[in-house]
Design a protein around this ligand. Structure first.
Ligand SMILES: Cc1cc2nc3c(=O)[nH]c(=O)nc-3n(C[C@H](O)[C@H](O)[C@H](O)COP(=O)(O)O)c2cc1C
Length: 192
């Protein structure tokens, strides 16, 4: 099983990447799944147009994954455009695979990325967001630059562990779902 964690911030020294590193360690310690981290800061994808070059390394990672963790910061109450850009390039690669969303904020935000992804990215991609998602606010007081959990309360650690366990179960379950005949049906390629 391959899990891909995407750090959805294109910024240098992003808190989202610290969270991605923490999650990577949690997964490596709790499962034998293969885990990769994809950092949008080091990815050279220009904004999609029909002349844009596809980044083959990014394509390979997204295609290989059986399940995803999206660590997405709240920027101006939105998902960063660089993250949404992934869906313009790689829509079909997410098809019928599960994803666990973690909305990140240095303040008290973090909810908007969750609702935005759930409402705007599923239709043509057929991505399968699991019902559990997590708001990680005051992120820098919770996870430090080394990807270590530093909050006094283990409340958020428990929430994230639960989310990851759900993701692993859905990832396992959706293998057989994707083998079903209905997934060869191409009549309604762009959803409803
Ligand atoms: C352009 C920009 C806009 C932001 N807008 C918001 C916001 O609307 N709500 C919020 O809670 N935090 C906002 N923040 C702060 C982020 O929560 C903070 O940068 C946090 O560390 C997550 O982003 P990062 O992964 O890029 O570090 C914003 C940050 C940037 C760079």
């Amino acid at each position: 099983m391959n899990i891909l964690i995407i750090s959805g911030s294109p910024r240098n020294n992003a808190s989202s990447l610290n969270v991605a590193r923490y999650i990577e360690k949690q997964l490596i310690n709790s499962t034998d799944a293969h885990v990769d981290v994809f950092d949008l800061n080091t990815c050279s994808l220009e904004f999609w147009s029909d002349q844009a070059d596809v980044d083959d390394a990014a394509k390979k990672l997204i295609n290989k994954a059986d399940g995803y963790v999206f660590v997405v910061p709240e920027w101006h109450g939105m998902v960063p455009p660089a993250f949404k850009n992934l869906f313009h390039y790689f829509n079909g690669l997410f098809s019928h695979k599960p994803a666990y969303i973690i909305g990140v904020s240095s303040g008290t935000g973090g909810r908007y990325p969750i609702t935005e992804l759930r409402s705007t990215t599923y239709k043509n991609s057929f991505i399968n967001y699991i019902p559990v998602s997590t708001v990680l606010d005051k992120v820098d007081e919770t996870i430090n630059k080394n990807g270590e959990y530093i909050a006094e309360s283990d409340h958020m650690a428990q929430r994230i562990d639960d989310g990851l366990q759900y993701l692993l179960e859905y990832t396992q379950a959706l293998f057989s779902v994707r083998e079903s005949n209905i997934f060869n049906e191409k009549r309604f390629k762009n959803g409803m």
